[in-house]
Design a protein around this ligand. Structure first.
Ligand code: C5P
Length: 208
């Protein structure tokens, strides 16, 4: 079974995808990690994220085993990830890896922005996880502060709006709800409630 989980940042899609993977004993890929790692690699090479050739080169030589979680989880890496991810060359470089992960025997859970539309349009179940922008900014702010980052709520909200707009408006594989995706709005749900709801959606789809 392939489960595609898409949605904007801090909607809860990552938590839900991990929980679904554990519940249904499936491997999980957080595809945002790949774009974040490209963003960090571009910066470390001394290039600008707007530089399409440098970003594509970084994506083509990405060593997944060497991704440093502490470097990629910053607000800055998230923001530059939304710039490098708009380059078609970057998306093309990361496509095969993601498709192979989705199509492995037994299936998989992938979360991102274009899983149900581009990476695995044939997924058995598609979820589009969303939440109110203020709620998402509050969650992301708490997460970043917990990690020791000094950043204000207003700055997080502003970056979130910028990233949402960039992700939804790019020409290549924009963030978009697949026609056959089920919407899960987590604005007023606890983590546990959102996970239970997601499991119920998958069970219902599986039952036909
Ligand atoms: O999900 P996360 O916030 O870690 O993703 C970081 C950025 O990577 C997103 O803002 C988006 O620009 C990009 N991304 C993407 N397609 C995906 C996953 C992430 O373009 N499938």
């Amino acid at each position: 079974m392939i489960i595609a989980v898409d949605g904007p940042l801090a909607s809860g899609k990552g938590t839900i995808a991990r929980a679904l993977a554990a519940h249904f004993t499936l491997p999980h890929l957080d595809t945002g990690t790949l774009y974040r790692a490209v963003a960090v690699a571009v910066a470390e090479a001394g290039a600008q994220p707007e530089d399409a050739a440098a970003a594509e080169a970084a994506a083509r030589s990405l060593d997944i085993a060497a991704i440093d979680e502490t470097k990629i989880r910053t607000a800055g890496a998230g923001l530059t990830a939304s710039i490098v991810s708009a380059h078609p060359g970057v998306r093309a470089a990361l496509l095969t890896l993601q498709r192979e992960f989705a199509d492995q025997p037994g299936g998989a859970v992938l979360d991102g922005r274009d899983i149900g539309t581009v990476i695995a349009p044939h997924a058995d179940v598609k979820l589009f996880v969303t939440a109110d922008a203020q709620v998402r900014a509050g969650r992301r702010h708490a997460e970043l502060v917990n990690r020791g980052e000094q950043i204000g709520f207003d700055q997080v909200l502003d970056q979130l709006r910028q990233r949402d707009a960039r992700d939804a408006s790019r020409a290549d594989a924009p963030m978009m709800q697949a026609e056959d995706a089920v919407t899960l709005d987590t604005s007023e749900l606890t983590q546990g409630e959102a996970i239970r709801e997601a499991i119920a959606i998958v069970e219902a789809r599986r039952a036909g």
